[in-house]
Design a binder for this molecule. Sequence first.
Ligand code: GLY
Length: 389
Amino acid sequence: MVGTKTAHSPIGKRPRVVIIGAGVIGLGMAWRLAARAEVLLFDRGEAGAGASHAAAGMLAACAEAEPGEEDLVALGRDSQAGWPAFADELLQATGIDVELRREGTLVLALTSDDQATLAHHLEFQRKLGLPLEWLSAAQTRVKEPHLAGKLAGAVFSPQDHQVDNRKLSAALRVAAETAGAKIHEHKTVKEISVQGVRATGVVLDDGTSVPADRVVLAAGAWSRGIAGLPPDRRPPVRPVKGQMFALRMDANAPLLNHVLWAPGAYLVPRRDGRLIVGATVEEKGFDETITAGGMLTLLEAAWRAIPAVEELPIEEIWVGHRPGSRDDAPILGRAPVENLFYATGHHRNGILLAPVTADAMAKLILDDVVEPAIKPFGLERFLPARAAE
Ligand code: GLY
């Protein structure tokens, strides 16, 4: 991995860890670290208000697996397996139920062309041993009676579940604070302080210096903009804009129970009757514009899959910015200076990967142990071979 050794604190002294970014990644790490470290989180806005708030909460380690993403699939499966215990532990620690729903995911084929594309994907996904199965049109309709009158079938992914990501942020915040972490909101970190080969803390945009024994960069789409390191050593993370909206169903008679990937949109039903529909994928920087075209595409795709959505009220429309790395996988590990760590670039998978990131990064930061699951995700994969040595 990039970087050199982590200096361990003198015996008896709790190291101070500064985490930049209080989304689900930063909060999860803070929760795991706070028993053994003094943890300070800084966020440019409110905790959990960035991509963690905008997300849909899908835990899609199987249905979204693409060729070339074998390591990412393994990481996702690892995290997925840990989700039930993570949700239970959060409930015990905070009293907040993050609503892990276990109906699974359907990937819908409306036409025979859709079916051919899914069959091609399924062949690859099965080679990875992922538990996906093809359902006929009739079998699909038994699972979801409100689907369009004409459909070809669906891939069923029985282990791709969902959580309420907004409740997750709220729970992680309580868990982290109860464990002793201090969260500083609306405090933008301008710069990582580096002396020689070592990170020594951060500087806020009001000029305040905050010394630290370890610094963790978990600022999502904003990670690259934080000064202190040369540009080629900053994590290559960019914002990937997504427009989304929520409809309101009758919670006692929902139109949908599974997470549904339809051609052109996904639909995620919440227990309270919200139906989340997303998302566009746009390379527009931090643009926050809601466009007619974006809404039209999503609405039409949702309506083709479930015609009855046309009767539902629109409750909320929003934009989020996924932290996309150059290969769409997260950057987890040591940075190119001592005592600095990266946990960013989770792109479409931040909610899924929150448990494994929290656990593996806590071990790395405090015990200097690199878990095998995160080994492929260091920054060095983006650096010229000699620079990474
Ligand atoms: N994971 C869903 C999205 O990125 O839109």
